[in-house]
Design a protein around this ligand. Structure first.
Ligand code: DUT
Ligand code: MG
Length: 241
């Protein structure tokens, strides 16, 4: 039963503490393969929304469906097997680069690992490291740059080949060369998958199929870039800075 990646939020509310809703009646749809950008000020609820999708928390009210099925009826491990997360601080463990990438698909062969690394634009930097794929990373990932950590996380996600991708774009500055490599890797990763991107880059936002604008837990606007600009609401204000 292949997952297509259609996601629907229907009047989803969520509270960390009773009586204080962090998300309020959020409704939107993502068709398979679409890119949804999530934007809004700090504390607006962007990370919380993403965490509901993976059932890190469950909704207080409303429903989230995946391919028409209420996600509360899907076991967490099963749900997450269809998702990959590339987060600002993507987690790498103590072990070889090969094992860190293979974490996306434990039975992958060496050539599948390298293929994923090539698509992620990670192969060339790995080959320049002493030890190559067998280079051992220590738990905090030091010895490689933040940009390189992201490339490894992208390779891991490509190898996993999930229907749904969750991406939290880096806010910190990464040098331009790494940035271009990351962008190319991400583009390949996102192709054909439903992608939720907590977006900071204007390019990602402009190219998204739909932008969700969150403010204080409410979805105040949603639509593609041009349409939202035309509304001259919060998005237009944020865009024009
Ligand atoms: N919140 C909690 N408990 C938590 C996490 C968050 O009470 O464990 C609150 C803080 C905030 C709201 O929920 O008022 C939304 O937080 P979230 O982390 O979802 O906001 P964000 O949009 O992701 O903010 P940022 O841009 O700073 O990451
Ligand atoms: Mg956040």
């Amino acid at each position: 039963d292949a997952v297509q990646g259609a996601v629907v939020f229907h009047k989803v509310s969520f509270a960390y503490e009773e009586g204080r809703n962090t998300l309020k009646e959020i409704s939107f749809k993502a068709k398979p393969g679409e890119t949804i950008a999530i934007i809004g000020p700090t504390g607006a609820g962007k990370t919380s929304l993403i965490q509901l999708l993976s059932r890190f928390y469950d909704t207080s009210e409303g429903t989230i469906t995946l391919d028409g099925r209420d996600i509360r009826t899907i076991r967490r491990e099963s749900l997450r097997s269809h998702m990959a997360f590339v987060l600002q601080d993507s987690f790498l463990f103590e072990g070889t680069i090969r094992d860190n990438i293979r974490y996306g698909k434990l039975d992958a062969t060496d050539s599948q690992v390298e293929e994923a690394a090539k698509l992620a634009n990670a192969h060339s930097f790995i080959m320049r490291l002493s030890g190559g794929y067998d280079r051992v990373l220590i738990a905090d990932g030091s010895g490689i740059s933040q940009g390189q950590r992201q490339l490894i996380a992208i390779a891991r996600a490509i190898l996993k080949d999930p229907a749904i991708l969750v991406l939290d774009e880096a806010t910190s500055s990464i040098d331009t060369v790494s940035e271009i490599k990351i962008q190319e890797g991400l583009k390949r990763l996102m192709e054909g998958r439903t992608s939720f991107v907590i977006a900071h880059r204007l390019n990602t936002i402009r190219e998204a199929d739909r932008i969700l604008v969150l403010k204080e837990g409410c979805l105040v606007e949603q639509g593609p870039h041009e349409e939202l600009l035309g509304k001259q609401g919060l998005y237009s204000d944020l865009y024009h800075g």
